[in-house]
Ligand binder design. Structure first.
Ligand code: NOJ
Length: 764
């Protein structure tokens, strides 16, 4: 309520200064009691006791493994008894058709027989893995991204899963944050489209179909703005950033039909997201009309005690439930305290009914009331798990996710007649390229670079140089220890000089990014930097292949090496995609979705900041916005990526004479003799506005394929959606005035133009 009143008063004050108002708004206007549910759901709710309702609002971590003994009364006593009594709504981290089926049977044999929903982090594939989401986003290929999510859903669904905790749409501008690997990069426009494509892929067009699963958009909200890139840290952001950068991808996913949303661990502007009524009830449920349910993040209700927001677990339960967090993941707050809190009048029963109505409606939409065992088919499991049909799509996406960062004198593609040395432990790694967040996958299932080269019949010699880490973490929360032993250096140093070309594969271990993996340095970890310099001393002809879960600082490499390929962690088909790219069977077409820094001190770094009053540069003068020891520019900007083809842009046209749309057109030509794909990007700047606008913003793109010497005209239509912005009270406005346009192959290069938008040109 407090938030609402502040927002409302600022809104009234600002009415006179707004130039022009249009379309949707995020300002809370009314508080709806609940959603409309089916008669079946209402009838169930009418039969439920308060405890059964709170049971539906409870999610437990897996305590079940059908390959071992099935829990009896004495094992896992408490959870098992609750399950039998129908007082568990969902479990996470239980998979396998047999496990799921047996567990579902227990729930179905309870008094009301309400099916469980089974959640798992199906983030970039399930068994067959596609590139980490950050890499996927660099493909800018929404069809392939949607297919990747659809395949993941199909494989996971065959293993009993019907709910994934994806997509993560946290915009982040700080590569120190380990979870950048799980999102779609730094830009809200692209991030919205990628998020929506992934929701459509997971959920398909028919949720009752046994191959689709519910999506969960996370983490609502502000998690990607963790201060200093340190995971779980506070996010303090202004309203303009909240409305224009953080929230739009969530809105796009809700509009795409996402059935669930996950809140987040962090405090946003002083309020833990799990206890934030403004975010959850006012914005998400009321303003956006979200009809699904909100699950807390793991233990995030309980963490409100550590945040200093709740005095104890009961207080946390009350605050989370009142704020609109419908399901409690592993805090045990609701199941322990919520009934008591309702009986004491601390939580209105209407909030409980609202949560249960939403949860049951999601189960109904998934078809679980029609057939609670629809995800329990072991024959289907055999057919779809590791089905080779997925590998083809995984390879196509891996190929398009690779970003060629540097290619002096056409070093790449390589010629098979050249004598090749491959150096680096990651070249021979079949696990690391799977990346993090791969809960269902099996270690050692990626094609290594060496295997990829063999598959292309490339002759090479190999030396490891040095290991990256001393232990091979078997599970996601294990710490890793960097290797100190340099005894393998000499073998690599001896090998390099006799080769025409050295391929060095360096980067991060798959578990050096992801949750809890923030880094204060963005170099190659361990001994790799030193190894690289030593090899450079004996052979400068190095093609650097970078495997990482985040942008790294590649400044030295950029200044000294002829070719750099950003290969991220590409999943199961990693080595094939890398080899095909190095040897020209794949013409790289990826474009960066996060800016690459020159040094870590540039963090946070992003292509679309606001300008300052002192943008500079001022040649002989220090009083402008800059570093005295580093350029302001990134090493590689957002949207950047080379190809083996050369694309030129010409004939920019802008037609701003029509009502409700501005048309922009450009000719793009492939000047090379090789077919290639180009991501044609359109950037806008609203030059003067009532709330300052970024120096540039992506507002359109199209990925096109051009044959040798072929030209295509690409047309963009800008509507109020692209021309407007959210003001500081969350109201969407389009303001007349001058706009700059740039169309090109990255956020820093292109053909520029401008147009004037008349104040009355766009409908209110
Ligand atoms: C915590 C993570 O923040 C969240 O993204 C994930 O879905 C849950 N754990 C469940 O694994």
């Amino acid at each position: 309520m407090k938030n609402f009143l502040i927002v409302l008063s600022i809104f009234i004050l600002c009415q006179s200064c707004n130039k022009k108002a249009v379309v949707p708004t995020i300002i809370p206007q009314q508080t709806k009691t609940s959603i409309n549910a089916s008669p079946h759901v209402e009838a169930l709710i009418a039969k439920m006791t308060l405890e059964e309702k709170i049971g539906q609002m409870t999610q437990f971590n897996g305590f079940w493994d059908a390959t071992g003994p099935v829990p009896k009364k004495d094992d896992n006593n408490w959870k098992y008894d609750l399950l039998k009594a129908g007082k568990v709504g969902s479990v996470l981290n239980v998979s396998g058709a047999e496990n799921v089926c047996k567990m579902q049977e227990v729930a179905m044999n309870s008094k009301l027989g309400i099916p469980l929903i089974f959640g798992l982090d199906v983030i970039h594939g399930h068994k067959v893995l596609t590139p980490i989401p950050l890499a996927e986003s660099c493909s800018w290929n929404l069809d392939l991204i949607e297919t990747s999510a659809a395949n993941a859903a199909k494989e996971a669904a065959a293993r009993g899963i019907n709910w994934t905790f994806a997509p993560m749409v946290d915009i982040s501008r700080d590569a120190r944050w380990g979870r950048v690997m799980e999102g779609g990069g730094e830009d809200p426009y692209l991030g919205s489209l990628v998020g929506a494509a992934r929701v459509k892929g997971f959920q398909g067009s028919d949720l009752k179909n046994e191959f689709t699963i519910a999506a969960c958009v996370k983490h609502f909200a502000g998690y990607g703005f963790a201060e200093s890139g340190k995971d779980y840290n506070t996010a303090d952001v202004g309203t303009s950033t909240l409305y224009n950068t953080i929230l739009p991808p969530f809105k796009a996913c809700v509009d795409a039909g996402a059935l669930t949303v996950m809140n987040s661990f962090n405090v946003l502007n002083g309020i833990p997201a799990t206890g934030d009524k403004f975010l959850q009830r006012d914005v998400l449920k009321d303003q956006w009309g979200f009809e699904g349910f909100i699950v807390s993040d793991w233990g995030s209700a309980k963490e409100m005690i550590d945040h200093g927001f709740s005095k104890d677990l009961k207080h946390a339960a009350v605050q989370a439930a009142n704020a609109g967090s419908d399901m409690d993941m592993e805090s045990y707050a609701y199941i322990t305290h919520l009934a008591e809190a309702v009986n004491e009048g601390l939580v209105d029963i209407k909030h409980i009914d609202d949560a249960v109505r939403r949860i049951l409606t999601v189960k109904e939409k998934l078809g679980l009331f029609d057939d609670p065992y629809k995800y329990c088919n072991t024959d289907r499991e055999k057919e779809w798990v590791y089905n080779e049909a997925f590998n083809k799509d995984a390879l196509a996406l891996a190929n398009e996710s690779i970003v060629l960062l540097r290619n002096e004198n056409n070093t790449l593609p390589l010629d098979k007649s050249k004598k090749i040395a491959v150096i680096g432990t990651l070249a021979n790694d079949k696990t690391s390229p799977l990346g993090n967040w791969r809960m269902g996958s099996d270690d050692g299932t990626s094609i290594s670079v060496l295997e990829g080269l063999k598959n292309l019949n490339v002759d090479y010699s190999y030396a490891e140089g040095a290991k990256l880490i001393t232990n091979e973490p078997s599970f996601v929360f294990e710490m890793i220890v960097e290797e100190k032993d340099k005894s393998g250096f000499q073998e690599a140093i001896d090998l390099a000089p006799s080769s025409d070309q050295v391929i060095m594969v360096l980067g991060e271990h798959g578990y050096q990014s992801g949750e809890g993996r923030s880094r204060s340095k963005l170099n190659f970890p361990g001994l790799q930097e030193e190894l690289l310099r030593k090899i450079y001393e004996v052979n400068k002809n190095i093609v650097l292949v970078v495997m990482s879960g985040r942008p790294l600082v590649l400044t030295w490499a950029n200044d000294n090496l002829p070719a750099i390929v950003q290969a991220w962690q590409l999943g199961t088909e990693s080595g094939n995609a890398i080899a095909q790219t190095l040897y020209g069977d794949n013409n790289p077409s990826g474009k960066l979705t996060m800016s690459f820094p020159r040094s870590v001190g540039q963090m946070p770094l992003y292509y679309n900041p606001y300008t300052t009053g002192r943008p500079g540069p001022l040649p002989d003068m220090v009083f402008w916005s800059h570093y005295i020891d580093e350029s302001n520019a990134p090493l590689y900007p957002f949207g950047f990526g080379l190809s083996y083809s050369t694309f030129t842009y010409s004939n920019l046209t802008i037609d701003a004479s029509q009502k409700n749309k501005v048309m922009v057109g450009i000719d793009v030509t492939n000047e090379s003799k090789r077919e290639g794909k180009e991501v044609v990007q359109l950037y806008l700047q609203d030059k003067v506005a009532s709330v300052v606008r970024p120096i540039t913003e992506l507002k359109g793109f199209e990925k096109i394929t051009l044959g040798p010497k072929e030209s295509k005209r690409v047309e963009f239509v800008l509507t109020s959606k692209e021309l407007g912005f959210f003001d500081n009270v969350g109201k969407f406005v389009v303001e007349g005035g001058e706009f700059n346009v740039m169309v090109g192959g990255s956020s820093s290069t292109g053909i520029k133009g401008s147009f004037n938008l008349q104040q009355n040109q766009v409908d209110e």
